[in-house]
Design a protein around this ligand. Structure first.
Ligand code: 9MR
Length: 373
C-alpha cells in the first residue's frame, strides 16, 4: 500500500460497494474540487514530467484548428497528442488512387510547432478499411493490401510520429478463431505471422518509431478471458521475433465496474515481464451506469480514475497516459455509448466548457503519487 489517503485502498470489503463509492467520491470531491479555478495550478503535463511520465490527449482537427479554448487546453495540459480519426485508413483513402493526409499533416505540424510528441493511430485495424477495399481484403491480395497501407502510412509520417499503434484490436476470443485472433480475412489467412509481418513492415517504414500493439477490455474482473488471450498473443509475437516495443492499453473505463487491483497489477507485471513498455492510450470513464446527479457522477468517475491510475502508475513499465479527448464536449461516448436518459456523459478531464472536473484532479493527484521513473 503506497499512501494512506489513497481512495483506491479504502476498505471496500467491509462496507457495501455503493456506500464505498459514494464515500470515496465525496471525500475525493471535497479534497480536490475546491481548487478548480486556481489559475496557477501545475498542468497535467508538468506533473507527469516530474515523475518521468508523459501525459497526452487525443485531438480532433476540427476543434483543434477552430476553437481556441480547446487548443489552449491541449497546449496547457498535454505533451503528447494523437489524432482521433485523421490517420485512419477510411478517412484518408476514400479511393484506391490517392491518400489524403491533409488533416493528419496539419496535426503533425501543430505537434512539431508546439514541440509535442505525436502518436500514430492506427495502421492495421479490422474496423477501418475504406469501402473500396472490401473485396480485395477478403481475396488473395488482402494481406498484401493491408501491409502496403501500413507501410505507406508510416512512411508518410516517418520521423514525425514517435510511436505507432501498428495493430489495433486483433484479439477477439469470442470469435473462436485460432490463437484468439479476430475473425478478419487477413488474420484468418495469415494468422499471427501476418501480424508479425505488420510489425516488420512498420519497423522498416520508420526504424526510429516505437511500435505498439493496442487493445481494450483488460481492466475488469470479468475480462480475464481477454487478459489471458492478449497475454498469450503478446508472448507469441515476442517469441516469433516481432519488433514490438509496447502494449497500448486503451482504458475505456466504466464507473461502477468491478475493478480488482490485485488482478490488474499482476496483469501489468506479466506484460512488463515480456519486455514491453505499457501506455494507457485512450482513457475515458463512461458514467453510463451512474444516476442523474452531476456532482455525484463526477465524483464517482474521479474516484474510479484515481483508483485505476494508482495501480497503473505503480507498474514501472508504464510510460504514460493518453486520454481519449480532453473535454466532455467532444467524446465518442455520446454517440458510441449513449446514456438511456440521453444526458451527456461526463467522461473526460474537462467539462463541456473546458472547466476542470474532479477527473482532472484525479489524474493530477495520481501523477503526484506516482513513483518516479
Ligand atoms: O473516437 C473515434 C470515433 O470518432 C470513430 O468514429 C471511431 C471509428 O473510427 O473510432 C473512435 O475511436 C476508437 C479508436 O480509434 C480505437 N479504440 C476505440 C475508440 C472508441 O471507439
Amino acid at each position: 500500500m503506497r499512501n494512506n489517503d489513497n481512495i483506491g485502498h479504502w476498505p471496500a470489503r467491509r462496507i457495501d460497494r455503493r456506500t464505498f463509492l459514494l464515500a470515496a467520491g465525496t471525500a475525493f470531491a471535497s479534497a480536490y474540487v475546491s481548487r478548480a479555478d486556481e489559475p496557477t495550478e501545475t498542468s497535467l503535463r508538468q506533473r507527469a514530467e516530474k515523475k518521468g511520465l508523459v501525459f497526452g490527449t487525443q485531438v480532433n482537427a476540427g476543434p483543434l484548428f477552430s476553437l481556441k479554448p480547446y487548443q489552449d487546453a491541449v497546449l496547457r495540459d498535454a505533451s503528447m497528442i494523437v489524432p482521433e480519426n485523421e490517420m485512419k485508413w477510411r478517412p484518408t483513402q476514400s479511393t484506391a488512387l490517392q491518400s489524403n493526409y491533409f488533416n493528419a499533416d496539419r496535426i503533425a505540424k501543430f505537434a512539431k510547432d508546439n514541440k509535442l510528441l505525436l502518436r500514430g493511430h492506427t495502421a492495421v485495424w479490422h474496423q477501418n478499411p475504406p469501402a473500396w477495399t472490401k473485396d480485395i481484403i477478403t481475396g488473395d491480395d488482402g494481406q498484401k493490401l493491408v501491409l502496403e497501407h501500413a507501410s505507406d502510412l508510416i512512411k508518410h509520417f516517418r520521423e514525425r510520429v514517435m510511436e505507432w499503434d501498428v495493430v489495433n484490436e486483433a484479439i477477439a476470443p469470442e470469435d473462436g478463431m485460432p490463437d484468439n485472433l479476430r475473425n478478419w480475412a487477413p488474420y484468418n489467412k495469415g494468422g499471427i505471422d501476418f501480424i508479425v509481418d505488420c510489425f516488420y513492415a512498420a519497423r522498416e517504414a520508420d526504424p526510429k518509431a516505437n511500435l505498439y500493439y493496442n487493445d481494450y477490455s483488460v481492466y475488469y474482473q470479468s475480462q480475464s478471458h481477454r487478459r489471458d488471450a492478449i497475454l498469450g498473443f503478446l508472448e507469441k509475437l515476442k517469441t516469433k521475433g516481432a519488433p514490438v516495443d509496447g502494449f497500448g492499453i486503451q482504458s475505456h473505463l466504466i464507473a461502477k465496474a468491478e475493478f480488482d487491483e490485485v488482478i490488474y497489477r499482476r496483469f501489468l507485471s506479466e506484460v512488463a515481464d515480456l519486455g514491453l513498455k505499457i501506455r494507457a492510450t485512450e482513457l475515458d470513464v463512461s458514467d453510463i451506469r451512474l444516476e442523474l446527479d452531476i456532482k455525484l457522477r463526477d465524483t464517482i468517475v474521479a474516484a474510479h480514475t484515481k483508483q485505476y491510475l494508482d495501480v497503473l502508475f505503480d507498474e514501472p513499465a508504464v510510460v504514460g497516459l493518453v486520454t481519449w479527448g480532453i473535454t466532455d464536449r467532444f467524446s465518442w461516448l455520446h454517440q458510441g455509448w449513449p446514456r438511456k436518459d440521453r444526458l451527456r456523459q461526463r467522461c473526460l478531464p474537462l467539462d463541456d466548457n473546458f472547466a476542470k472536473k474532479p477527473m482532472w484532479y484525479a489524474i493530477a493527484n495520481a501523477f503526484e503519487h506516482a513513483p518516479s521513473r
